[in-house]
Design a protein around this ligand. Structure first.
Ligand code: PXG
Length: 288
């Protein structure tokens, strides 16, 4: 089935959804994006995603050529035109067509692209058995180079770490920052549990402030669980009781082994399972 894609100011057929080879999004990775879920026909946490997109854009001095309400409307139109009730939205703003120089200001019009499609998920059994992961040797981008809070089209740092994971036969890798503290996984935030307390690295450690992360923190607190944002070391991951990742695609997924060290009993722990279930129900509108 051919999709309808939002391109700049209207819906077009997939085959006509094309951008210039001079688009700086392609030439330099100059642009920003969001990955958003649709559950039961509702765009999940739309306000938070739009806010983050505008903040990512502001950080790189990219003007988004439409207002927030207008953008929300375009997203809605795109999901409806493709009859997606459970799926995934990729929202992209590229710098637009320029020339073969770096100067972004020669690009007159930034390009808004909205794709609504099915989502590629981890197999269901991985949530039951838990995931094995490794530590990446590739250091997370220095925050004074590219801030992790800005979700931009430069994903090579993450992709190189993802290749390390795949080369070792696992789906994810933990990335550490220039100081050796845990930053995040290649497309997910990191949490550990120790003695009943939940810990996650602060954004300053080089983590994207994940929308799933923020919700999981809220859901944990609602259950009376203490959540502490603090710097974590590789050692902390090795000796924790539970380790889990959060993100738009993965939701909440338990990790049972890292760098050959078993976590807890080698199956997803009780707090991981509870938070996964709370998040699952919240996202699907069962416990609002
Ligand atoms: N860190 C990074 C580097 C990410 O790219 C997250 C954390 C989690 O943030 P959210 O807001 O999603 O909780 C992300 C998000 C994919 C995919 O297809 C990846 C993301 C989002 C959607 C899809 O792998 N990354």
């Amino acid at each position: 089935m051919s999709l309808k894609i939002w391109l700049s100011d209207k819906l077009v057929d997939e085959k006509d959804a094309k951008i210039s080879v001079f688009d700086h999004g392609l030439l330099y990775g100059d642009g920003v994006f969001e990955g958003i879920r649709i559950y039961n026909g509702e765009v999940f946490e739309l306000k938070a995603h739009i806010r983050r997109l505008y903040e990512s854009a502001k950080a790189i001095r990219l003007d988004i050529p439409m207002g927030k309400d207008e953008l929300a409307n375009a997203i809605k139109k795109t999901t409806e035109a493709n009859n997606i009730t459970d799926g995934y939205i990729r929202l992209i703003v590229t710098r637009g067509t320029g020339n073969l120089g770096l100067n972004p200001f020669v690009c007159k019009d930034s390009v808004v692209i909205i794709i609504a499609d099915k989502i590629q998920l981890y197999p269901e059994e991985l949530y039951e058995t838990g995931m094995k992961i490794v530590s990446a040797a590739t250091v997370r981008n220095h925050p004074l180079a590219i801030p992790a809070q800005s979700k931009n089209l430069n994903y090579l740092n993450n992709i190189i770490a993802k290749i390390e994971a795949l080369d070792k036969g696992v789906p994810e890798a933990i990335m550490y920052n220039h100081q050796g503290y845990v930053a995040e996984a290649t497309g997910d935030n990191v949490f550990i549990v120790r003695d009943g307390i939940v810990y996650t690295p602060p954004a300053e450690a080089g983590a994207l402030e994940g929308i799933t992360r923020n919700l999981v923190i809220k859901l944990a607190k609602e259950q009376g669980i203490q959540v502490i944002e603090k710097n974590l070391t590789r050692f902390d991951l090795y000796v924790c009781d539970e380790l889990f990742l959060t993100g738009t695609a993965a939701e909440v997924i338990g990790v049972v082994e890292i760098d050959g060290r078993l976590i807890g009993q080698g199956t997803p722990g009780p707090i991981t399972k509870m938070l996964r279930e709370k998040f699952f129900n919240y996202a699907r509108g069962k416990s609002k």
